[in-house]
Design a protein around this ligand. Structure first.
Ligand SMILES: Nc1ncnc2c1ncn2[C@@H]1O[C@H](COP(=O)(O)OP(=O)(O)O)[C@@H](O)[C@H]1O
Ligand SMILES: [Mg+2]
Length: 267
């Protein structure tokens, strides 16, 4: 090893820059700052530069982590960034939140529906499905229309679901009605951001909604979790990490380690 060092005449490796334990949201670009990149959710380990998620090109985003790893905090951050990125005419948000930990996460101007239990969730997912079916491209659609998405009008819909393990249970899943229409999500302006506890996540992959999201190339983050659950997303395993630290399983940028922005809870 010493011999290698002595023989090495190149520049020394740059000092490893460490991700902070807490990244105040003020240190991230605001939702409206880089519309062409989407919204910033954190910074990466390699350059300490913002990482963005663009739901217009990638409509599916999955969040896995054990309890207290930062799932709800990330959903709150995403909600804030979306409300800054889009006007209420451009985007509305539907929230499924059986633990009621996101009660004030979405600005009233953008909140379309809030579902704290299965009956409400079913009603709203049926409505989302109706929108998807109405907006689905007809067989006679022209390539030009497809490119500029001019055959439907209205806001994009963001479906934010926290604690998916409470939503999809043995007695049913209100999101199941959407499975058939999921391949159209990008074209019809419907986006899904789903957080699930990491415990039991490998089994839950065979749940049809989750499985279809993954087949359609969902991106996402793996917050702290047990490696023994196996590959969770993109062939990556979870591992123990501080809250708000995650592996970003991205379609374009590999799987960097990121620190997610921290948005204090409103009181
Ligand atoms: N991005 C973050 N940066 C720093 N600390 C965080 C971050 N996200 C969460 N935490 C810490 O972890 C705690 C639990 O976060 P929470 O989002 O409620 O976890 P979960 O929903 O996974 O149970 C928060 O109260 C906070 O102290
Ligand atoms: Mg939570």
């Amino acid at each position: 090893m010493r011999a290698v060092k002595a023989a090495w005449t190149g520049a020394p490796a740059p000092a490893v820059r460490l991700l902070p334990r807490r990244l105040p949201v003020e240190q991230l670009p605001k939702g409206f700052e880089y519309p062409q990149h989407g919204i910033a959710i954190g910074i990466d380990e390699t350059n300490l530069e913002p990482v963005f998620v663009d739901f217009e090109s990638d409509p599916f985003f999955l969040i896995f982590g054990e309890s207290e790893s930062g799932k709800t905090a990330l959903l709150r951050l995403i909600a804030k960034q979306l409300c800054e990125r889009y006007s209420p005419e451009q985007a509305r948000i539907v929230v499924g939140d059986y633990r009621r930990t996101m009660l004030e996460a979405v600005a009233p101007s953008h909140l379309l529906e809030y579902a704290p239990m299965a009956s409400a969730m079913q009603l709203h997912m049926d409505a989302v499905n109706t929108v998807m079916t109405k907006r689905a491209p007809k067989p006679d659609i022209t390539p030009q229309q497809l490119r500029d998405r001019s055959w439907w009008t209205g806001p994009q819909l963001f479906v934010l679901v926290d604690d998916f393990e409470l939503v999809a249970t043995n007695s049913g899943n209100p999101l199941a009605v959407l499975v058939e229409n999921l391949p159209f999500a990008r074209d019809v302006g419907i986006r899904f951001i789903v957080a699930r506890n990491q415990a039991g996540a490998s089994r839950a992959m065979y749940e049809p909604f989750m499985q279809r999201m993954r087949e359609l190339g969902a991106q996402g983050v793996l917050l702290s979790g047990d490696p023994q659950e196996g590959d969770i997303l993109g062939g990556v395993r979870a591992r123990p990490m501080p809250p708000g630290r995650a592996t970003f399983v991205s379609r374009k940028r590999g799987t960097p380690l990121v620190q997610l922005g921290w948005l204090p809870e409103q009181r």
